[in-house]
Write a protein that binds this ligand. Structure first.
Ligand code: 4G0
Length: 247
C-alpha cells in the first residue's frame, strides 16, 4: 500500500513510521510512505503556508495554493488514483470498520492540517473524506495520520507475525472488547491466574474468554454490545456471567 502524507512536518511521520510494525512493513515492501510539505510549494520570499482568517478570530488558516501544489505533486508522482483524507476534529470518527476499508485500498493521501485547519474551499474541492481520531483537539493532524498508518499497516498481509496477529480479535473479528490476558507466574501476590486457563481444556478456555469479552463489553462499552448483534448463545453466556457478579 502506498500512503502519501501532506504535512508541514513530514519528518514527524517519517520518524514515527520508522519503528516497529510500520518500520518493518516498509522494509518488507508492504508499505510505501511519501511526505509532501506545502512549504516547499509556497511562493514569495516568506513562503507563506497560512494566514489570518477572514472575519477575524484567533489562529491561522492553511492557504489553498501551497496545498493544491503539494497535492498535485503527490498525484503526479504515481498514476494510481487515491482518495484525499483530511484529519480533523470535524471528521467522522475512525473505527476498525473504516480502518479495514482503508487497508484494502492500493493508495491513499492523508492531509494533516495545522493551526485552525484548512481553507474550506480546498476541503470542498479536493477532500474525499474527513476523519477524526477522537473528540479532542491536537496541534496538528499528524498524530491522526500516524494512527491511520499504524492501523491499516497491521492489516496488510504479512505485516504481523503470529504472536502479534493474535491481537486481531477484539474490535476486529467480533466488535467486542478483548478478554483479560495472563502469563507467568501462575500464582503471585497480585493474585492467581484463573484455573480454566491452565486446564488445557480448550473448549472451556474459549468459552471463558468469550464470556469475559461479553462481560467486559457489557460493563465498559454497552454501545458496542448493541452493535455486535449477539446471538442466543452469547446472550446466555453473558446472562450467566452477570448473574455471577457479586454486586
Ligand atoms: C478546528 N481545528 C482546531 C482543526 C481543524 C483541522 C485540523 C486541526 C489539526 N488538529 C487536529 C486534527 C485532527 C484531530 C482529530 N481529533 O482527529 C484533532 N486535532 C485542527
Amino acid at each position: 500500500m502506498r500512503v502519501d502524507v501532506i504535512s508541514l512536518f513530514p519528518e514527524f511521520l517519517a520518524q514515527s513510521a520508522a519503528l516497529g510494525v510500520v518500520g518493518r512493513a516498509q522494509e518488507r515492501g508492504l508499505l510505501e510512505l511519501h511526505g509532501w510539505n506545502p512549504r516547499d510549494y509556497a511562493e514569495g520570499n516568506y513562503r507563506r503556508v497560512d494566514d489570518r482568517p477572514f472575519g477575524g478570530g484567533p489562529g491561522m488558516v492553511m492557504l489553498i495554493e501551497p496545498l493544491r501544489a503539494a497535492l498535485a505533486a503527490a498525484r503526479a508522482a504515481d498514476p494510481q488514483p487515491a482518495p484525499l483524507i483530511y484529519l480533523s476534529p470535524q471528521g467522522r470518527p475512525l473505527s476498525q470498520a473504516k480502518v479495514r476499508e482503508l487497508a484494502a485500498l492500493p493508495r491513499m493521501i492523508l492531509l494533516c492540517g495545522r493551526y485552525e485547519g484548512v481553507d474550506e474551499r480546498f476541503i470542498a474541492s479536493e477532500v474525499d473524506e474527513e476523519i477524526s481520531i477522537g473528540d479532542y483537539v491536537l496541534s496538528g493532524g499528524e498524530l491522526g495520520a500516524a494512527v491511520i498508518i499504524d492501523a491499516v499497516t497491521r492489516l496488510q498481509e504479512g505485516a504481523l507475525n503470529d504472536a502479534e496477529s493474535a491481537v486481531q480479535d477484539s474490535f476486529e473479528g467480533d466488535g467486542l472488547l478483548d478478554c483479560p490476558h495472563y502469563s507467568h507466574p501462575a500464582s503471585h501476590a497480585l493474585g492467581n491466574v484463573p484455573e480454566v486457563l491452565r486446564s488445557g481444556n480448550h473448549a472451556a478456555i474459549a468459552r471463558w474468554r468469550r464470556q469475559q469479552s461479553l462481560l467486559r463489553t457489557a460493563l465498559r462499552r454497552p454501545d458496542l454490545l448493541d452493535e455486535a448483534g449477539l446471538g442466543k448463545a452469547d446472550r446466555k453466556l453473558l446472562a450467566e456471567a452477570v448473574a455471577g457478579l457479586e454486586i
